[in-house]
Design a binder for this molecule. Structure first.
Ligand code: ASP
Length: 335
């Protein structure tokens, strides 16, 4: 992907480091149930499908290979995310991720399966494959979230190796940032690479995963939307799945991925649902949306997909019927 130098900044005042609040206000309560249209998969027509945020062809290929050889959607999304976690050139995921303002690389990840199970790790240091640690939390502990040192210790106990995640390139970038050391989180409109991935396997089951190093030069301990259920990722195997990228604080405040799935439950297409979820953000009073990016991807049970963002430059990769394509997302801010 050609990376254009199109950096926007937003001030600390625009950020609220508040966890997800119940602001979705979506329809779908009991009295409206009759309006819900179940999304019925087309019988005998289940084709493996992968969709992932940004220009991530190698990760999507890895996931597609798992699906084509009969593997589960859960195995596929884990395999796909691991590709970016191991890619030192991707400075927003795994090894090579840009550090926080104090120089610590801290990673967030979560995973959801087709049975509604969820596992996550938050603010983990020294472990590259946090998506696999999140899966271990989901499958091998009675909990759904482990954070910080506890998550790291759990990972080591499960055989994950500690390694230094701060590459020379990321250290250099951090040292350059430190010269001014302004705490204005840099909201890069086009050049995130947080990977949110959704997959449908040959059984028609949907799983999803999301992994990131979060915002560059964030405050120590900051966690965004990516590892939070309903924020960076949500899966409902009866309906579909959604994932988010961009300014996590804004995604969390609208419980974005959950909102997208609930909108699909009410009968919206994945595309319509992503557009509505972006509208929720930009139409908030005093929204500072011109200065930050949020992008959503979604898939429904029939294998229909959607993607939408606030600004131009968001794209997503889709694998379907043997082809892996990068699709430029439609976006809100056209002027
Ligand atoms: N959503 C991520 C976060 O806020 C960042 C990103 O997508 O680039 O941590």
């Amino acid at each position: 992907m050609k990376r254009r130098n199109f950096i926007k900044k937003t001030s600390i005042s625009s950020l609220s480091l508040v966890a997800a609040s119940a602001m979705i206000g979506c329809k779908g309560s009991d009295d409206e149930k009759s309006e819900e249209k179940p999304i019925v998969p087309l019988k005998n027509n289940i084709k493996p499908l992968v969709i992932a945020t940004w220009n991530t062809p190698t990760a999507v290929n890895a996931a597609a290979e798992v699906l084509e050889s009969g593997g589960s959607a859960l195995d596929a999304v884990e395999a796909g995310c691991k590709i970016e976690e191991a890619n030192a050139k991707n400075q927003t995921v795994g090894i090579g991720g840009l550090p926080d303002r104090d120089g610590n690389v801290t990673l967030d990840a979560c995973i959801m399966d087709d049975k509604g199970n969820y596992g996550a790790v938050l603010c983990v240091e020294n472990i590259k494959h946090v998506i696999s640690v999140a899966r271990k939390v989901m499958e091998d502990t009675p909990h759904v979230i482990l954070a910080g040192r506890g998550a790291e210790q759990f990972a080591v106990s499960q055989g994950f190796e500690r390694e230094d995640l701060l590459t020379e390139a990321s250290k250099k970038a951090w040292e350059e940032w430190k010269v001014k050391s302004e705490y204005k989180p840099i909201i890069n409109i086009e050049n995130h690479d947080t990977i949110g991935m959704l997959a449908i396997d040959k059984e028609g089951n949907i799983s999803g995963a999301c992994t990131t190093s979060g915002l560059a030069y964030k405050m120590r301990g900051r966690v965004g939307d990516s590892p939070v259920i309903g924020g960076g990722l949500f899966i409902d195997n009866e309906i579909g799945g959604a994932a988010a990228t961009g300014l996590g604080e804004e995604v969390l405040k609208t419980v974005g991925s959950f909102l997208v799935v609930e909108l699909m439950r009410q009968g919206k297409s994945p595309q319509e649902a992503c557009e509505e979820a972006i509208k929720r953000i930009v139409s908030k009073p005093n929204s500072n949306y011109k200065n930050f990016q949020v992008g959503y991807i979604a898939v429904n049970k029939r294998g229909e997909i959607g993607g939408y963002s606030i600004h131009e430059w968001f794209s997503y990769n889709v694998y379907k019927e043997g082809a892996n394509k990068n699709i430029k997302s439609d976006y809100y801010l056209k002027t």
